[in-house]
Design a binder for this molecule. Structure first.
Ligand SMILES: CC(C)(COP(=O)(O)OP(=O)(O)OC[C@H]1O[C@@H](n2cnc3c(N)ncnc32)[C@H](O)[C@@H]1OP(=O)(O)O)[C@@H](O)C(=O)NCCC(=O)NCCS
Length: 166
């Protein structure tokens, strides 16, 4: 199954920051897809595969959507062969655009472990504001990690877009 193969082929790289990767097996991938489809049909999440040359390069989506507050949280990962090309920065930009302009979200958030510099670089490149740090909020791989929260509001996204287009 393509999703399983993409994760399986980059286990070490992904497991450095994603706690669901250790012990990942085919049944978990299938269970995840059916659960994600169910939550997507209720508008609570949207998980998309990123396909490059017929292979799954990674995944990006709204891991949580709170319609009442028009807020969506974005999560993402890329298989090791696909890092370093700007693929995820462009994908997150497209998802933010979709969230604000099609889904009429008011706020998009991204939460990243403090030490995950390549992940933090994505919201920073796109002009998200670092809004706060939850100190030592997650225990993973024998140590505590800060959780850094980034946020973008619809009006700020639009004015950044005007700057980008000159
Ligand atoms: C987080 C993760 C997706 C970042 O991957 P990435 O390849 O660094 O991100 P991008 O696809 O946006 O690429 C950015 C890199 O491509 C380069 N790049 C090349 N062309 C680019 C372009 N047009 N636009 C932006 N960056 C470009 C950037 O300089 C950067 O490289 P650098 O880190 O050497 O400076 C990846 O490391 C990953 O999946 N990690 C494991 C899982 C994980 O941590 N997920 C996030 C949990 S919060």
């Amino acid at each position: 199954m393509p999703l399983y193969e993409a994760v399986d082929g980059s286990r070490e790289h992904l497991a450095e920051w994603l706690d669901w990767v250790d012990g990942y097996e085919l049944g978990r991938a299938e269970h995840f897809i059916s659960g994600a489809n169910e939550r997507a049909s209720r508008g609570e999440m949207l998980e998309l595969a990123l396909e490059v040359g017929g292979a799954i390069a990674g995944s990006c989506g709204f891991v949580d959507v709170v319609p009442a507050h028009r807020e969506a949280e974005i999560g993402y990962w890329l298989g090791l062969p696909f890092v370093g090309r700007g693929l995820m920065t462009r994908t997150v930009a497209a998802l933010a655009e979709y969230a604000f302009e099609s889904l009429e979200m008011h706020r998009v958030a991204i939460a990243v472990y403090g030490g995950n510099t390549s992940s933090r670089a994505i919201p920073e490149r796109l002009g998200f504001r670092q809004e706060g740090v939850f100190t030592a909020a997650r225990w993973y791989r024998d140590r505590w990690h800060d959780r850094v929260w980034y946020g973008m509001l619809a009006e700020d996204w639009r004015s950044l877009r005007l700057h980008r287009s000159g």
